[in-house]
Design a protein around this ligand. Structure first.
Ligand code: HEC
Ligand code: HEC
Ligand code: HEC
Ligand code: HEC
Length: 439
């Protein structure tokens, strides 16, 4: 699992400009970069030394202008195509009968900017991996104008630049590869062929992507500033919505009598038989022993958030999450219906939290609740355990006491070091030590 790389969190206040942008972003759902009709010109187009290819940051410009360097030297996205050339990928493709991973559509969709050939400009190269335009949108209509004197961010957006600064839009973008969509998805076949399990949390991954931008005064004036807690909550809401949409889509059809297994808690099946770990099953899902549980880690996080912010939404989420679990014991139609109901509850929370200004008291109560539930053993499945840790870490950084409890946080993180040997008891005990250290 990837933990936050240690960069400081951004304060919990959202600047006014960001609140306005937020409102605008919920009104219109921009097409994702791969969905729009614009040509993708390729990173080489952005990389010259007068543009984004400088060796070090440019003091005179409002953007750094060495973005290409950061991306090509330090960012995993520039290597995403190259990993398809690895021995690991070769074996994966062979097991899946895909031929070569570097030409398999299913791999390229997430490991490159795989727009159709007719939407690729002259300098476009698929081997550039997840390039600038895979996130910022095809540059055809803004490549000239965005560098002109007086061009505003709004002008760029109107010409097809993707609003990566807006939390919901960013979440949709990152999730389109880090969780998947109906069109691109790493299913259990791909997992069983050797693909790493996907794990995503927007705030942590935002911090962990080597920054090719600087949130300074000028940035905040142009784009606003989104607090870390807003990023975490928005990411979790959007991830839950994405999972529910996928459960309701054709993606849920697996093979033969089995549904798509990638929607379930991996370790519900993949754990040794001699370790009886009935932990979270009865408490959170209301399912009898032996049922394969859906991965409900995002819903568990939303519950802790809503229980603090708005009790009725929290109650609705709790009931609908339980209904979702129970529906897996009834059949596919029942499950998809329950997913629709839960989606309604998640959407109520999404509207509640859009632009919400979190008080220190709210953040403290969320952290207490997460730690209390972790300490009671409620996050007994690895994915929820992992998400609860990341949430507590982010909240502690923003509340500015992460340093004071660093050693107990480290011990807690250690209990997540190996998902195959995850011991829910040790995890819960380590959570209780964090609680104790904070009190
Ligand atoms: C839905 C998007 C998606 C699909 C489809 C997909 N991948 Fe991935 N892949 C990812 C993401 C995201 C990661 C990074 C996971 C992480 O670290 O959280 C990744 C990681 C990997 C890694 C590990 C990379 C490393 O640095 O260790 C390999 C190897 C890999 N993928 C190969 C493949 C191959 C081969 C295919 C096609 C059979 C494929 N992937 C299909 C999204 C995808
Ligand atoms: C994986 C997604 C991703 C990729 C790939 C990516 N960016 Fe970004 N970029 C972001 C995010 C997220 C931000 C921060 C939000 C924002 O300001 O829009 C950002 C911000 C920027 C900014 C704005 C800085 C400011 O002060 O307004 C520039 C310029 C930029 N990126 C250029 C590039 C270039 C050039 C490349 C390719 C060499 C690239 N980006 C690749 C996600 C990406
Ligand atoms: C077009 C697909 C795509 C998009 C969009 C995308 N990613 Fe990725 N991302 C990948 C792939 C594939 C990898 C794995 C690359 C590798 O390991 O070589 C990856 C790796 C990462 C990693 C490293 C993961 C680890 O385990 O260390 C981080 C962090 C990350 N992405 C953050 C983001 C963020 C934040 C966004 C949204 C702003 C985003 N990504 C958007 C495909 C994508
Ligand atoms: C409903 C039970 C179930 C769930 C849930 C499940 N799997 Fe599996 N998985 C299996 C079975 C059965 C096999 C085939 C085992 C074999 O071939 O020996 C398998 C095979 C695998 C393998 C290959 C193991 C090997 O020895 O070759 C991997 C890796 C894997 N799954 C990963 C995952 C991941 C990651 C998830 C969660 C996203 C997941 N599984 C969810 C049942 C499940």
């Amino acid at each position: 699992m990837s933990r936050r790389a240690g960069a400081p969190a951004r304060g919990h206040r959202i600047a006014l400009a960001a609140a306005a942008a937020w409102a605008a972003s919920t009104a219109l759902a921009q097409p994702l970069p791969y969905e729009s009709d614009d040509l993708h010109l390729g990173p080489a187009t952005c990389a010259t030394s007068v543009c984004h290819g400088k060796v070090s940051p440019d003091e005179t410009s409002n953007v750094l202008l060495n973005e290409y360097r950061t991306w090509s030297n330090d960012d995993y996205h520039s290597r995403a195509y190259n990993v398809l050339r690895s021995e690991e990928s070769r074996r994966m493709a062979e097991r899946l009968g895909l031929g070569n991973a570097t030409t398999a559509q299913v791999c390229l969709d997430c490991h490159a900017d795989n727009v159709p050939v007719e939407r690729r400009g002259e300098k476009f190269q698929i081997s550039d991996g997840v390039g600038c335009e895979a996130c910022h949108g095809g540059a055809e209509r803004w490549i000239e104008s965005h560098a002109e004197e007086g061009a505003t961010h709004q002008d760029n957006l109107a010409r097809g630049m993707y609003p990566t600064e807006q939390p919901e839009a960013r979440a949709r973008l990152c999730l389109s590869c880090h969780v998947g969509t109906e069109h691109r998805f790493a299913d259990h076949d791909i997992m069983a062929a050797g693909h790493p399990r996907m794990s995503f949390e927007l705030e942590t991954f935002t911090v962990n992507q080597p920054a090719h931008y600087e949130i300074d005064e000028d940035y905040v004036r142009r784009k606003g500033e989104i607090g870390s807690v807003n990023m975490w909550v928005t990411g979790m809401v959007m991830k839950a919505e994405r999972q529910l949409a996928l459960i309701r889509s054709e993606r849920f059809e697996g093979h033969g009598i089995f549904p798509e297994l990638a929607f379930f808690d991996c370790h519900a099946c993949h754990h040794p038989m001699d370790a009886l770990r009935m932990h979270s099953t009865p408490v959170t899902s209301g399912l009898p022993p032996g049922m394969v549980r859906l991965d409900d880690s995002s819903f568990q996080m939303l519950l802790a958030i809503a229980d603090v912010l708005d009790a009725p939404i929290g109650e609705r989420l709790r009931e609908r999450t339980r209904d979702l679990h129970r529906a897996t014991a009834r059949g596919r139609g029942a499950l998809q219906g329950a997913a629709g109901e839960l989606d309604g509850a998640v959407d109520a929370l999404r509207r509640f939290v859009a632009g919400h200004d979190y008080s220190a008291g709210e953040m403290r109560r969320m952290r207490e609740l997460l730690l209390a539930r972790a300490g009671e053993g409620r996050y007994g499945d690895f994915t929820s355990a992992e998400q609860a840790f990341l949430a507590v870490e982010t909240l502690s950084i923003v509340l500015d006491d992460a340093g004071a409890v660093a050693s107990v946080l480290d011990v807690w993180f250690e209990s997540l070091a190996n998902e195959h040997e995850f011991d829910p008891g040790a995890y819960a005990a380590a959570a209780r030590r964090v609680s104790a250290a904070l009190n």
